[in-house]
Ligand binder design. Structure first.
Ligand SMILES: C[S@@+](CC[C@H](N)C(=O)[O-])C[C@H]1O[C@@H](n2cnc3c(N)ncnc32)[C@H](O)[C@@H]1O
Length: 304
């Protein structure tokens, strides 16, 4: 196995191709984990990034566990094969709760390292990883009855990563909102939401007292018509170029305080547009655990 690993990147299942395309210096692959000989790279499609992973020769399960404990307290295993041996090592480490979050919750604060067995006698371990969640999997206690679809999960994830969410009485715009998973999420938080779509919301969402629905083209909504929008959300199915032009107008206006938008891609897409979103000051772009063939752009207005 490659000896000079400087950083490693865990891909979301099914999005290995996208991650492989954007990474430099790949010297190996272990399941969904791409190993590179380059220092840390800014990528959009990784679910977890392992900073400075170290290779350890191990001669027993106890030795592996002792080695990890000597580095830090909390570890998560990424097992590709050797499942039995991996489990026995992990069982000797401090128990870390990986139970699903109840939304809204704070981000886990404890630092969480990741390790894997490259072969029976070789362990790769990184004490510093980008995600505080096990292998970047942001699991929630799901609501199977309230929302009309599962789209609320990616919005919950976005709010959790941003460490903020709409507050009671705040004003939100939900572009491309049907059937209403996002509007339901925002309404449940006590905020007022204007949802715009070409097709109506599900009745259960439409009937919520703090949800207003407008039928039409979301891109006709202009900042000039609003004093303050606490959250501008977009899940519109459209070309990312069109979305970029629209959100830039909102950013420049100063009217919106926060934005979250999904950049949706067609098969064989050119993903370089994500760099233009990421270049907007105050932005973060990443493939969320709950995203499919899309990236999420999260933006906070910078204080002057
Ligand atoms: C992925 S769905 C949104 C799901 C929604 N966020 C939820 O939580 O239920 C995308 C929506 O974008 C809407 N849409 C596409 N183009 C639009 C446009 N120009 N203006 C408004 N809505 C649009 C579609 O009608 C569709 O309902």
């Amino acid at each position: 196995m490659a000896p000079n690993i400087k950083s490693a990147y865990l891909s979301a299942e099914g999005y290995e191709f996208q991650l492989e395309q954007e990474l430099q210096g790949i010297i190996g692959r272990h399941g969904q984990l791409f190993l590179t000989d380059c220092p840390l790279q800014k990528v959009f499609w990784a679910q977890n990034v392992w900073h400075n992973p170290a290779i350890h020769a191990i001669d027993s399960i106890n030795h592996a566990a002792r080695t990890l404990k000597g580095v830090q307290r909390n570890w998560c295993c990424y097992a590709v094969d050797l499942h039995r041996r991996s489990t026995l090592i992990q069982e000797k480490l401090r128990h870390v709760s990986g139970k699903p979050l109840s939304f809204p919750s704070d981000l886990p604060k404890a630092s969480l390292g990741s390790w894997t067995l490259l072969d029976k006698d070789t362990m790769l371990a990184a004490s510093d990883c980008s995600s505080p969640f096990f292998n970047g999997e942001v699991l929630f206690e799901e609501d199977k009855t309230g929302p009309p679809n599962r789209a609320y999960l990616k919005l919950w994830e976005g709010f959790t990563l941003m460490e903020r969410h709409p507050q009671d009485g705040e004003y939100c715009i939900d572009a491309g909102g049907s059937p209403g998973g996002w509007a339901w999420t925002v309404a449940k938080l006590g905020a007022k939401v204007l949802s715009i779509d070409r097709t109506p919301l599900d009745d259960t969402v439409m009937n919520l007292s703090n949800v207003e629905f407008k039928k039409g083209n979301a891109f006709n909504l202009k900042p000039e018509d609003h004093d303050c929008v606490d959250w501008l959300l977009s899940d519109v199915v459209c070309y990312p170029e069109k979305l970029l032009e629209w959100v830039k107008h909102w950013v420049e206006s100063g009217v919106a305080r926060h934005m979250i938008a999904t950049l949706k891609f067609q098969g064989g897409a050119d993903y370089s547009i994500a760099n233009k979103f990421a270049a907007i000051p105050g932005s973060c772009v990443q493939h969320l655990y709950h995203n499919k063939h899309e990236l999420t752009w999260m933006w906070k207005k910078e204080s002057k």
